[in-house]
Design a protein around this ligand. Structure first.
Ligand SMILES: [Zn+2]
Length: 397
């Protein structure tokens, strides 16, 4: 049977959580815990697809400082609008359309980034990172294009239910590789936390799908090589931290004395006036709530950028702490990621019905592994032809 590779990438399906679901993905016995990267899917997915760390592929967090050519250029005029209008849903939708019209094809969300500050920032992801040429470094998709592999893929651009149905319909078909990325579990997880009934039901649904993909491919005469992947885990939130509130009483203020971006678990700063750095750092001391990441720590995580695109100083919350409010939201959620990758619940996973080499232990190892599997598939396909051709129509009953 000529093999077919089927990759299901489930955003936020952590190694620890998946292991707690009895009988999950029983048809994929080869299992590996994968270290993730510091940050969110905006950095983790490019690492999966290129095999490079963020400082090499250039993608870390969704927003970075504008250095010219920002899709939000000119949005500074929003500051003239009354605050209620500025924050309205209609203005948000209008801005979103404008950003798309300016050619941004990547995933992004305006969240609750103060509209008047948008023009100071830039979006790192401009193109489709699930397509050849979509990343600044060579990716798995470029390899598929070079090798002229017949493949099909689905991602967040179309609704998940339809994607999974299309994936199932394509199992055992003509493509050599099927790839589906799902993001619904991530959203459910944020809302419900790890104990949520919807989270559990969704994971079980993926498990059932994996079994059906297997059966369908075999029934259509192709040996399924199935890979279940994730990009990070998720940590239940136990405490909220009001970082903006701690900075509010200071004599130095954003955005004039410093520029700041408040992600859910990180506060990032670019300094403008003397003394701003010292005052801010004194107001957010290293401790139980979080710590400052120095250059050595960022270097270790593969997230040190020479030009400080993502921040000159970064304050990272401790696992389980959530910044509320932040630019991502003013209401708390039950679970979050974007913490120290060493935390056990942050780990991602790779399950397969194929043996996993010992060297595969981090997101950055996945691309090379999948490309080696493509080689193996090509070899297996050749062997099938070589074996069949001489005896076709002969003693092969
Ligand atoms: Zn998420």
């Amino acid at each position: 049977m000529r093999p077919q590779m089927i990759v299901l990438l489930v955003d936020a399906l952590g190694w620890e959580l998946a292991a707690r679901v009895p009988g999950f993905a029983a048809n994929l016995p080869h299992r590996r815990r994968l270290d993730t990267i510091l940050g969110f899917s905006s950095g983790a997915l490019p690492t999966l697809f290129t095999g490079d760390m963020p400082s090499v592929h250039g993608r870390w967090l969704m927003y970075r400082r504008a250095t010219g050519g920002s899709p939000f250029a000119g949005f500074g005029a929003i500051a003239m609008m009354p605050p209620r209008v500025r924050r309205s849903w209609k203005v948000g939708r209008l801005l979103h359309r404008l950003v798309r019209a300016r050619g941004v094809q990547g995933y992004y969300n305006l969240y609750e980034v103060p509209r008047a500050l948008l023009s100071r920032f830039d979006l790192a992801e401009r193109r489709d990172i699930f397509a050849p040429g979509g990343l600044p470094r060579p990716s798995l998709w470029d390899t598929l294009a070079h090798r002229a592999v017949p493949w099909r893929a689905w991602n967040w651009r179309t609704p998940e239910a339809g994607n999974l149905a299309a994936l199932e319909a394509a199992a055992g078909g003509d493509d050599d590789l099927l790839f589906c990325y799902t993001a619904d579990l991530d959203a459910l997880f944020h809302r419900e936390g790890s104990a949520g009934g919807g989270v559990r039901a969704r994971i079980e649904r993926y498990g059932a799908l994996l079994a059906r993909l297997d059966a369908r491919a075999r029934a259509r005469g192709r040996e399924p090589w199935i890979y279940l992947l994730s990009d990070h885990g998720m940590v239940d939130v136990d405490t909220t931290v009001d970082v903006m509130g701690r900075l509010a009483p200071l004599a130095v203020r954003w955005p004039d004395d410093y520029l700041a971006f408040f992600d859910s678990t990180m506060a990032r700063f670019w300094w403008r006036t003397p003394g701003a750095r010292e005052q801010v750092r004194a107001a957010l001391p290293d401790g139980a709530d979080g710590r400052w990441l120095d250059d050595a720590a960022l270097e270790r995580e593969g997230c040190r950028f020479a030009a400080h695109d993502y921040g000159e100083d970064v304050y990272l919350l401790a696992p389980g702490r959530l910044m509320v409010p932040s630019f991502m939201g003013s209401q708390p959620v039950r679970a979050m990621h974007g913490y120290d990758p060493a935390h056990r619940d942050m780990a991602a996973l790779l399950y397969a019905n194929r043996p996993l080499p010992a060297v595969v232990s981090h997101l950055r190892d996945v691309r090379a592994f999948l490309e080696a599997e493509l080689d193996a598939l090509a070899g297996a396909a050749d062997a099938t032809h070589a074996g069949v051709a001489p005896v076709a129509g002969a003693a092969r009953s």
